[in-house]
Design a protein around this ligand. Structure first.
Ligand SMILES: Nc1nc2c(ncn2[C@@H]2O[C@H](COP(=O)(O)O)[C@@H](O)[C@H]2O)c(=O)[nH]1
Ligand SMILES: [Mg+2]
Length: 372
């Protein structure tokens, strides 16, 4: 990093728990479990797309988000041009960390919310500093929004790293940041610049041009979907990404199994799913009180048609055949039930990468019945 920001002391291992013994099974084959599930009750299995079916390569994808964010900070929010020379170490941050926006700190806590490790920017805080900021074992903060941000998705690794760099940069160059800026203000700027990168096509345009550069190929996806369908279960996709991007990513992931890979618009991957819902606005999609309208997406043109009437009311739906169209935008869990002809969320297994972003209303409220 060629800037006023302090070079991180070391990477990766800081936040990780050292393993007691070397693991002989690769991480991709290990199964972690916190509840039991009888698959006999499951009639439909659904997937999130980004970071679930589509495993992005952090060294390219998160780096793209990191550099796109810096460009926006410099061009739109008056941060100094020297930020453009900063580098991203994609191995440094890990999920589970918490950002203290006001103090400019990055925290690792245990499950009792005791702060075990704390860094101010990239400098490790002493025990005394930690106790002064976060109290002793008896008094604990809740470490929730709005003062704290949980790094709970792989999408946030770049913004956490950039926040730490900016904290160091501001400490050593207070005159170089826009006047009136404090740590929390910098966090807000980073967050809104990241958000814009996701919304304005900065990331998605680049991924669409060259998916193999940003997404890991996974030859196990199609056989897994085929196996589920052969077992008599329905399969579905519910993603917050919109149709055009979903089509690019899924074409790439299912591509090696398609006969006509030369056409990026054959939509053949749709044959592995009964229902595809894009632009789903999870987690509210899964909340019973969500009344968002459902649109049908015309795959070739991307045109939206009102779909609510075509799939019928909940009462009449049991007697209606499943609709032949399968790509939708918006809607809610009630629409999903009708499209899949399932009576209850307890028959649905949904596989996602982000429990708060995918199904939880808050840290405390789980969507009724859904297996995750
Ligand atoms: N507007 C924002 N979009 C974001 C952000 N972080 C991720 N994303 C987008 O969400 C979906 C996730 O899709 P899913 O398949 O996991 O449901 C994807 O399109 C991301 O680009 C953000 O900070 N702001
Ligand atoms: Mg996801």
């Amino acid at each position: 990093m060629d800037s006023g920001a302090v070079e991180p002391a070391s990477t990766g291992a800081i936040w990780s728990t050292p393993s007691v013994e070397p693991r002989s099974i690769s991480i991709g084959k290990q199964i972690f479990c916190n509840r039991s599930l009888n698959m006999r009750n499951i009639t439909a299995v659904g997937f999130d797309m980004d970071y679930t079916l589509a495993q992005y390569k952090p060294e390219t994808f998160e780096a793209l988000a990191y550099h796109g964010t810096i460009e926006k900070l410099v061009k739109d929010l008056n941060y100094p041009e020297e930020l453009l020379t900063w580098q991203f170490d994609w191995k440094y941050m890990v999920r589970g960390l918490v950002l203290d926006k006001k103090r400019g700190n990055i925290l690792k806590m245990d499950r009792h919310k005791y702060v075990k490790v704390a860094y101010h920017g990239f400098r490790e805080m002493s025990k005394e500093e930690k106790v002064a900021a976060y109290g002793s074992t008896l008094i604990r903060d809740s470490f929730d929004e709005p003062d704290y941000a949980l790094i709970d998705t792989l999408f946030s690794l770049g913004e956490a790293y950039l926040f730490a760099q900016l904290v160091d940069f501001m400490d050593s160059n207070p005159a170089k940041v826009p006047s009136g800026t404090d740590y929390a203000h910098m966090y807000r700027d980073v967050r809104s610049a990241v958000d814009l990168c996701h919304r304005d096509g900065t990331l998605k345009r680049m991924v669409a041009k060259e998916p193999s550069r940003y997404i890991n190929e996974d030859l196990a996806i199609v056989p897994m979907l085929q196996m589920l369908r052969k077992s008599g279960r329905s399969t579905f996709l519910v993603t917050n990404s919109l149709w055009d991007y979903t089509d690019v990513v899924m074409n790439y992931l299912c591509g090696p199994y398609m006969s006509d890979v030369s056409s990026s618009h054959n939509h053949k991957w749709l044959e592995y799913f009964d229902v595809v819902i894009t632009g789903s606005s999870k987690p509210s999609f899964f909340h019973d009180d969500n009344r968002t309208g459902l649109f049908e997406v015309e795959p070739d043109s991307g045109k939206l048609l009102n779909a609510d009437l075509q799939i019928g009311s909940p009462r009449s739906s049991q007697h209606q055949p499943k609709p032949i169209h399968k790509v939708y935008q918006g809607g809610n869990v009630g629409h999903l039930h009708r499209l899949l002809s399932v009576a209850s969320s307890s028959q649905i297994l949904y596989v996602g990468d982000h429990i708060y972003g995918d199904i939880l209303r808050s840290k405390k409220v789980l969507v009724g019945g859904l297996c995750w």
